[in-house]
Ligand binder design. Structure first.
Ligand code: 13P
Length: 302
């Protein structure tokens, strides 16, 4: 089926008191795993890639956003459930514009080092361009803290100010607002403390759908409460990569790979395929979140 707009998926979720998941992929296995999970549960889903990872300064091989957009669009259009395709949290405006050309139908710019006025100007430009292409724009006001598992530290962050957020939405005409309400990006070893009072205030003040990032570090009961209070899109990333890694690690522990046919390990897709197993582990994790989000069996209603 053709790509479905992220706005349409979020509005359906809001009206029916559930949340649609954005599950961040990084390669073909992982993006297919997300769609596997959505099809298994008959759920709408938002698939996509993280612009900050594709465009990371640490990359030793430069990536081309066209490959990611074309791959995502083809997978979305061949899915049996409604799918939107998001280029998430890119720090690079040119990447976002090229992403729209490549087929993404939702984009999000992120930069915490600029002023509110600069952020407004950039988002106005992105909204004009994206809406012209029939795509949606998400933006963030406030700043999510980032956890760093290697040091155990969590950065400062800044909670979303409701007045600033309302002004930003009014000025830019964005389609969805990501908020900082105690949620933390990349949090694996503990759980974040959500500020439910702030969510209630934001829901009353902000006219567009609200988005909760940092799904990995939020307890299921807190996710459910946040959805009850009006969060209608939830982003999940780190836990999917962790599951993929663990699956590969346990495969390598359990098999004498030097004594096996490499085509059985990679590429044939049989019982012994290491990457098929890793793909299944990502799909299993996504299914768990879809059930928590109340999104199961919503596909045919859209
Ligand atoms: P986690 O990696 O913490 O789940 O957050 C993902 C996210 O918010 C992507 O935008």
């Amino acid at each position: 089926m053709p790509l479905v707009s992220m706005k349409r998926l979020m509005n359906h979720a809001l009206a029916n008191k559930y949340a649609v998941g954005y599950f961040e992929a990084w390669n073909m296995d992982s993006i297919l795993a997300v769609v596997d999970a959505a099809e298994m549960t008959n759920s709408p889903v938002i698939i996509g890639f993280g612009g900050q990872f594709i465009g990371s300064m640490k990359r030793t091989i430069k990536e081309n956003i066209y490959h990611y957009g074309s791959l995502g669009k083809s997978i979305a259009e061949n899915a049996k459930v409604p799918v939107a395709l998001l280029l998430n949290e890119a720090h690079d405006i040119a990447m976002l514009i090229n992403g729209l050309k490549a087929g993404f139908n939702a984009i999000m710019y992120e930069d915490h080092g600029i002023s509110l006025n600069e952020l407004i100007d950039i988002n106005k430009y992105l909204v004009r361009t994206a809406h012209y292409c029939g795509a949606d724009v998400e933006a963030e006001i406030g700043e999510l803290p980032n956890a760093d598992i290697s040091t155990g530290s969590i950065s400062q962050g800044r909670k979303t100010d409701p007045d600033e957020a309302a002004y930003f939405v009014e000025e830019t005409c964005i389609d969805a607002l990501a908020v900082s309400v105690g949620n933390v990006h990349l949090l694996e070893n503990k759980k974040s403390d959500l500020d439910f009072e702030l969510i209630k205030i934001l829901r009353k003040k902000i006219k567009v759908p609200l988005v909760l990032h940092g799904g990995t570090g939020i307890l299921p009961e807190n996710l459910k409460e946040a959805i009850k209070l009006g969060m209608c899109k939830i982003n999940v990333g780190t836990i999917l990569k962790r599951g993929y890694l663990k699956s590969i690690q346990s495969y390598l522990n359990d098999h004498e790979v030097d004594m096996m046919d490499p085509h059985d390990i990679i590429g044939r897709g049989g019982e012994l395929d290491m990457l098929s197993g890793a793909r299944e582990s990502v799909a299993d994790e996504v299914v768990k979140f879809i059930k928590i989000f109340g999104c199961e069996n919503m596909a045919h209603l859209i």
